[in-house]
Design a protein around this ligand. Structure first.
Ligand code: 2M8
Length: 427
């Protein structure tokens, strides 16, 4: 193994907590849903068993309605993160699991990860019955999205910015400003002990995040609050759902189950994504279901549909990715927000900095589309930026300086994955 792969492995070992991996020791001391899926994709190269356990432990916190929770709390560390187990009190809600969890969800990248974990050692996976265990969990999770979060549009909707994984994206600004649910008084910000305030969401954003989460919790997280003030269809969330349906088709095939319903669902979501196409922006964007508007912002979320083989506007998306707004190959990784927008901030969380998970997804998409040079350049940038800065959470796209916390698990895992699969090399 190269020195970089070894260093990445050390980050994953350090952040391992016996049956799952924390995103980062100080800032995020619990198990996060889509982090665990990205982490399993890298961990499989170190230990297939651990990668399986990472996903199994998330599945064991599944709710009776099928949702996979945003966070599974380590209740011994509840004071280190806000909002924690004491805020959610999930145990009082019927259908919640034995573990203490958040009631929200995160993007559905889990079936995609489960399939990649399986193919890294199919014989071992079969021996341990990994996919037999995972498949019903994943089917229940996707049914939750369809039945509780789906609608006539054919897309699933989010009820909180945290559910997008891209917390303070400009997509949510107008809706948050318009939301009556805010937490008054002191806003707990333990995160600021671990990352600079100008690289994190603001207190004003946090007061609405907490107000919305409290309202959802106080309705027992049951999704039937017809007047809920925040409901969005997000491109990356739905593209990952469709991509994961394609992975479920592969899993069904492997298990001798019928793959067709999964292929049909993936195709239906891909077609439904067209309602998020914004001609003027040249990309997909989020739709505010409460106010009925497409958001006039370019963010990396709107590029993620490139993962779908039959997405209609692939050529325009490739043009937007290469053009002045995201400047592929000319800045660090892929910025989370349009480089030319007034709302762009190179340091603040999901309003400009480049993240490793979205860059990895786009490197996969470019590779699958036969754009091998662009995929290799991006993969190389992921590995180099991870290695040079001690596996940062995100980077400034212009200066390439590290931002947020360091020794971040998915940064290490995804760099390790690219090295192991020969998609990038170390110079
Ligand atoms: C960030 O989100 C959490 C809330 O879930 C936070 O800001 O405290 C996001 O970057 C999210 O995508 C990520 O899953 C999480 C843990 O890495 O941190």
């Amino acid at each position: 193994m190269s020195g970089v792969a070894e260093a990445a492995g050390r980050v994953l070992l350090e952040n391992w907590r016996g049956s799952y991996t924390v995103p980062a020791g100080g800032l995020y001391p619990h198990q996060w849903s889509w982090d665990s899926a990205f982490i399993a994709i890298g961990l499989r190269h170190l230990s297939v068993e651990r990668a399986q356990l990472e996903l199994d432990s998330l599945f064991s916190a599944q709710w009776a309605d099928g949702r996979l929770p945003q966070i599974v709390f380590d209740t011994r560390k509840d004071d280190g993160y806000s909002p924690g187990a004491a805020f959610w009190r999930s145990e009082r809600i019927t259908g919640s699991p034995a573990a203490s969890t958040s009631g929200l969800v995160q993007p559905p990248n889990h079936a995609m990860a489960a399939w990649l974990v399986h193919v890294s050692d199919p014989a071992q996976s079969r021996r341990r019955g990994f996919l037999e265990r995972a498949y019903p969990r994943l089917v229940a999770w996707h049914s939750y999205l369809l039945e509780r979060r789906g609608g006539a549009s054919g897309l699933a909707h989010l009820v909180h910015p945290w559910e997008s994984g891209m917390d303070n994206s400009p997509y949510w600004d107008a809706a948050l400003a318009d939301t009556p649910d805010r937490l008054a008084g002191d806003i707990p910000r333990p995160d600021l002990q671990h990352a600079a305030a100008d690289q994190r969401p603001t207190n004003a954003e946090y007061s609405t995040y907490l107000g919305l989460a409290a309202r959802y919790r106080d309705h027992d997280c049951d999704d039937r609050d017809a007047d809920f003030p925040f409901r969005f269809e997000d491109p990356a969330f739905n593209a990952l759902w469709a991509r994961s349906e394609l992975a479920l088709a592969d899993i069904a095939d492997e298990l001798g189950a019928d793959p067709e319903p999964h292929r049909a669902r993936a195709a239906a979501i891909t077609v439904a994504l067209e309602r998020l196409w914004h001609q003027g922006m040249g990309m997909y964007t989020a739709r505010d279901l409460v106010r009925g508007q497409l958001q006039p912002f370019r963010t990396v979320s709107g590029l993620i549909p490139l993962l779908l083989p039959t997405v209609r506007h692939a050529d325009e998306l490739l043009g937007t990715l290469a053009g002045e707004h995201f400047a592929l190959g000319r800045v660090g990784l892929v910025p989370s927000h349009d480089l030319t927008a007034e709302t762009f901030d190179p340091s603040r969380y999901w309003r400009g900095p480049s993240w490793f998970n979205t860059a990895w997804l786009l490197a996969e998409a470019l590779h699958d589309r036969g754009e091998h040079d662009a995929a290799a350049t991006l993969a190389h940038d992921i590995v180099a930026s991870a290695a040079h800065h001690d596996f940062p959470e995100y980077i400034d796209p212009h200066s390439r300086e590290p931002r947020g916390t360091r020794r971040f698990s998915w940064t290490a895992a995804l760099a390790l994955d690219l090295l192991h699969r020969g998609r990038a090399s170390v110079e």
